[in-house]
Write a protein that binds this ligand. Structure first.
Ligand code: SF4
Ligand code: SF4
Ligand code: F3S
Length: 267
């Protein structure tokens, strides 16, 4: 509930692995404690809250009621739609029901991660549960997508801080992603790019071409078609990102064509 003027945030978890929350817990500017104690009022978050059962449900519904039209709803995880959504239930309600209920009073919705943005791994064919992203269910509210599996926590934090500071949403691309973070292709700023331009490609994991840091395109890198800032923002404040440690980008910030294909190839 809005405390000290800090806006209320309600965070719902559906079909997911909690990696997005885990990634956010490791951010350092601001830290998660600064975020939730000084900047927002995190009224409901199944991983972080102390309360459980009826107490937690009361918190959720009290916040939705008292902050009607003002709270930020964050969704982590896909929403199963087959068989009336019975594959994911919390407190006797399906994810579809909980999302629709919480979305009604939200000022804005943030889909954190590729699961909530587009359905993610759960929606890879044959998609047995009919998993979809938030935008497939909620059509009448602004929904910001922060895809990535997990997404860079700074893309989420920057979006929240932008909203708190300017009281409006950042400019989004046609997939609902903030342009400041997803406006360019990974390939544009990759440190292996000179090797790509010179035609030097790693041929196999662990061989000398891989050890010498050659471009990973022929090992399946999707960087030329993936919109994200991984090659610039990097992860965990240590400067690493998938390509820097020798793994091709699998396009985890993109919907179907790249990410799902890359995952399907591996299973
Ligand atoms: Fe986990 Fe990835 Fe889904 Fe986040 S987007 S909940 S990290 S599977
Ligand atoms: Fe582009 Fe991937 Fe090669 Fe980097 S490793 S230059 S992103 S194709
Ligand atoms: Fe994902 Fe590719 Fe970045 S796999 S984390 S978009 S480098």
């Amino acid at each position: 509930i809005e405390k000290n003027g800090n806006p209320a945030v309600i965070w719902l978890h559906f079909q997911e692995c909690t990696g997005c929350s885990e990634s956010l817990l490791r951010s350092s500017h601001p830290t998660i404690s600064t975020l939730i104690l000084d900047m927002i009022s995190l009224d409901y978050h199944e991983t972080l809250m102390v309360g459980a059962g009826h107490q937690a449900e009361k918190s959720l519904h009290d916040s939705m009621k008292e902050n009607q039209g003002k709270y930020i709803l964050v969704v982590e995880g896909a929403i199963p739609t087959k068989q009336n959504g019975i594959f994911c239930k919390v407190s006797g309600k399906t994810a579809m029901e909980s999302l629709q209920e919480a979305a009604k009073g939200a000022a804005a919705i943030i889909s954190i991660g590729t699961c909530a943005s587009y359905g993610g791994i759960q929606s890879v064919a044959p998609n047995p549960t009919g998993a979809v992203g938030v935008r497939d269910i909620v059509k009448d509210k602004p929904v910001i997508n922060i895809p990535g599996c997990p997404p860079n926590p700074y893309n989420f934090l920057s979006t929240v801080l932008y909203y708190l500071t300017f009281k409006k949403l950042p400019e989004l691309d046609n997939l609902g992603r903030p342009k400041f973070a997803y406006g360019r292709k990974i390939h544009e700023h990759c440190e292996r790019r000179p090797h790509f331009d010179a035609g030097r490609f790693a041929k196999a994991y662990g061989d000398p071409t891989h050890a010498q840091g050659y471009c990973l395109y022929k090992l399946g890198c999707k960087g030329p078609a993936t919109s994200a800032n991984c090659s610039v923002q990097r992860f965990n404040d240590v400067g690493a990102w998938p390509v820097s440690i020798g793994h091709p980008c699998i396009g985890c910030t993109e919907p179907d064509i790249l990410f799902k294909t890359a995952i399907a190839e591996k299973v």
